[in-house]
Design a protein around this ligand. Sequence first.
Ligand code: BGC
Ligand code: CA
Length: 337
Amino acid sequence: MKKVLTLVTVLLLVFTMSACKSDDDGVITIGANIYTFNDNFMNGVVRPELERYAEELGVELDVVDSEGSQATLNNQVDTFISKGVDVLAINLVDPAAAGTIIEKAKDADIPLILFNKEATVAGVMDTYDKVWYVGTDSAEAGIIQGQMMLNDWQANAAWDLNEDGVLQYVLLKGEPGHPDAEARTLESIKAFTDAGIAVEELAIQPSTTWSTTEAGDTMAAWLSTGWADTIELVVCNNDGMAFGAIQAMDNASVDIPVYGVDALEEALAKIGTGDMNGTVLNDGVNQARATIDLAINAANGVDILDGTTWVIDAPTGTKAVRVSYVAVTADNYSDFQ
Ligand code: BGC
Ligand code: CA
């Protein structure tokens, strides 16, 4: 009898432990960050949905601001681990520093979901069986943006201001080395060259935090160098930077076609008023939901896609869920408002 009782006790203990995770109250705790709360998209779209959806699903979510510093993020991860969170949801500051975070998670045997900034070191995702990525196919946004700009260029002969058949453009780039920024920069212009249209890059300027203010200052400088009648297109890696460019154009009383990525509320409004020509929906709401869904499954130790409709892009073997981008123009912007 005593043996049976002991067995029952052990079984009960095992059961209680697995249902409760590390918390006494049985609630899953997710330790998360945003690389900087100054980012329009991450702080304005992704973070609110992470918080709302976590609450809806009854999990505890702690989101900290890494203030654009990978060193700060490393410390925040150490703190989360020492607090005993069940799972980490991390927005890298430096996409090349994924290995450091993965190693910390692996040493503590805590599952890790990376989101929005994909690791750039080859093979690093294979160093831990409990790490996954949630984001997009970086090139897709650039391909869509490029196609949109090309269609408009071909439909508006007057956009070729100097009538030389060549597109003179400026490009406001996001963070150098960020897969989204690199792929968007490449693909958006490739749409023109692939279509046999010659291009001339007047200038390109990156911004580490994809900053509206920096983009505004850059655009103002370009306009004041005498390019107000020369620039035929303003290509922006995201909407936040497009807003800065538009402000600078307003100040200088010029109106040059401008395109972004993200489809922030303000961008949709600007497309409505004709201040912006197009954007690409970066579905931060679904990226946030996928991040939480995967985090919960990882914490519970069940199949990572259990009970969800997400898919892992198996062919590339990157253990990633990629949410699709959608073109947003004057024809369909109101569908997204
Ligand atoms: C978004 C940008 C954002 C960046 C942050 C990108 O996917 O389009 O707006 O600044 O992620 O990592
Ligand atoms: Ca031209």
